[in-house]
Design a protein around this ligand. Structure first.
Ligand code: NAP
Ligand code: ZN
Length: 357
């Protein structure tokens, strides 16, 4: 199929630091030779979308169309596209492109390429802003598109594109994906609940560390965690000291690290994926005693994103979602900020996002 003209698009955009989203019309580029055009079906609401909409990290450019947990159906492909055809069910995550030639890209870690282009709030090669998945359709280079396994429901699969790979990638790359390993998951939100599912499917023992007792029953009986700790309960935390090989911290707000570091074994790894907007206190002694490591991790590369959804397909892993209509997005963001969601909002884009007259 050849090039088609740039098309009008519509979506929801934050226009200022209030972060309030309202209808927005814009245009998408024409389908280039190596591009795939997709109709957006569903888009997850990541906590990052809230932080970006409100400029909490200080680098948001407005208008911002959020959304990087996108699932859709291919409607057009460029003349040189070989991997996808119209009708395919596909996903797009945190990035749309990268340089493809640096050491990081050749190591399949395009997400860390200095020239990586974010799906939302980035700048494309033609200097236009990138607008994310809270919109009717998207154009993306085929090399940055993920194929969704046939057996996964598309709405509940959408959060895998960010939440899924963000927790899958560090479990794999730090060797924390084997039976016999004990994983702690701090914060049972969008990222945390899929971390429990992936870690259990990898055969590890999983302990959820939550800020209150409210999610204990769901963590153990629905999500399959082995143990549950309330981080603010010193007695419970004391019993688990020195038992964990790795901890994935998904907490979105500042919180004390000292009690968490104490949970690690000798040479245990503390992996930070949550991104609070203020610095965390990192005490030195609990790291020095026991040769512990603190590392960060951001989303994942394209190869491991495909591997992650294929693994999810094999083990029937999806997110627990609350499917919402487009006109509920502002309310959903407020509820997400308050921790009032079990466990991911997903927007029913195709059925509910309509252009304003
Ligand atoms: P989320 O659904 O809001 O989950 C965050 C969880 O953190 C909450 O459910 C809550 O769990 C816990 N929490 C919140 N406030 C807390 C506080 N004051 N003290 C202790 N615990 C608290 O958010 P998400 O979408 O999973 O995202 C989590 C974080 O990861 C955000 O900062 C987001 O920006 C970041 N993120 C990073 C990447 C990456 O590539 N590194 C990718 C996506 C998102 P409990 O109720 O169990 O305590
Ligand atoms: Zn995200």
């Amino acid at each position: 199929m050849g090039k088609v003209p740039a098309t009008e698009a519509f979506g929801l955009a934050a226009k200022d630091e209030s972060g309030v989203l309202s209808p927005f019309r814009f245009s998408r580029r024409e389908t280039g030779e190596k591009d795939v055009r997709l109709k957006v079906l569903f888009c997850g609401i990541c906590h990052t979308d809230v932080c970006m909409a409100r400029n909490e990290w200080g680098f948001t450019t407005y208008p911002l169309v959020p959304g990087h947990e996108i699932v859709g159906v291919v409607t057009e492909v460029g003349a040189k596209v070989i991997k996808f055809k119209a009708g395919d069910k596909v996903g797009v995550g945190y990035m749309l492109s990268s340089c493809r030639s640096c050491d990081i890209c050749t190591d399949d870690q395009e997400n860390h390429c200095p020239k990586m282009i974010m799906t939302s709030g980035g700048k494309y090669y033609d200097d236009t802003m990138t607008y994310g998945g809270y919109s009717d359709h998207l154009v993306c280079e085929e090399d940055y598109i993920i194929r969704i396994p046939e057996n996964l429901p598309l709405d509940a699969a959408a959060p895998l594109l960010c939440a899924g790979v963000t927790v899958y990638s560090p479990l794999k790359s730090h060797g924390l994906d084997k039976p016999g390993i004990h994983i702690g998951v701090v914060g049972l939100g969008g990222l945390g609940h899929v971390a429990v599912k992936f870690a259990k499917a990898m055969g590890t023992k999983v302990t959820v560390i939550s800020s209150s007792d409210g999610k204990r029953d769901e963590a153990i009986n629905r999500l399959g965690a082995d143990l549950f700790l309330v981080s603010r309960d010193p007695e419970e935390m004391k019993d688990a000291m020195g038992t964990m090989d790795g901890i994935i911290d998904t907490v979105s707000a500042t919180h004390p690290l000292l009690p968490l570091l104490g949970l690690l074994k000798y040479k245990g790894k503390f992996i930070m994926v949550g991104a609070p907007d203020k610095p965390l206190d990192l005490p030195a002694l609990p790291l020095i005693l026991g040769k512990k490591m603190v590392v960060g991790s951001m989303t994942g590369g394209i190869k491991e994103s495909q591997e992650m959804v294929d693994f999810a397909g094999k083990h029937n892993i999806t997110a627990d979602i609350e499917l919402i209509s487009a006109d509920y997005v502002n309310m959903a963001m407020e509820r997400l900020e308050k921790g009032d969601v079990r466990y991911r909002f997903v927007i029913d884009v195709a059925n509910t996002m309509k252009p304003t007259p």
